[in-house]
Design a protein. Sequence first.
Length: 212
Amino acid sequence: MVNISKKIKNLLDFLPEEEENVVLCGIDEAGRGPLAGPLVVAGVILERRINGLDDSKKLTEEARERLFARIVERSRHHIVVIPSERIDAEGLSRCMRGALEEIVVALSGEGICFLFDGNTRFGVPELRTLVGADGKVPQVSAASILAKVTRDRLMMEAARAYPGYGFERHKGYGTRTHREAILRLGLSPIHRRSFCGKIFQGTTSKSEAALF
């Protein structure tokens, strides 16, 4: 396993300075806020060092794809994909909690500490949190990359299955062109009805109209 550097230990105030046997599992998500497509949550325990890791949003698509292959090869990892219909049925928070609990079970072991990017544990007591961890802690950066690449690939498949929405460009996020496509084409099977509200009913409020 990759040892936690002193620099990273200084960021994680819950780790004793003298602790030598902690194995860090980084966790991050992609797709919490879009109008369409799945939520993807990934957990990563690095077994070999990987250069070039960073917050997935700061990397080019080419770099993310290259690092994705290295992370898969050099880590223990677990990826959870939650489809839009489950998000509608259970709510986002419950889905997040379920995904995080699944990762904790899948990657648990002696001395493993789970670090999630952000400031909330979603009711999962095993988690520690750190805002901006995806750009500071390699294990969380790796999880960020696995989650984003997995979701982006799924949205590219959705673009082929449901042409006209522009999923290949906006990946389901609520851009102006995406909202216009919704009003023009209606609801696709991968849209989150609970996120879209009046747009899918063919009407818009004044605030929604301002988006166009």
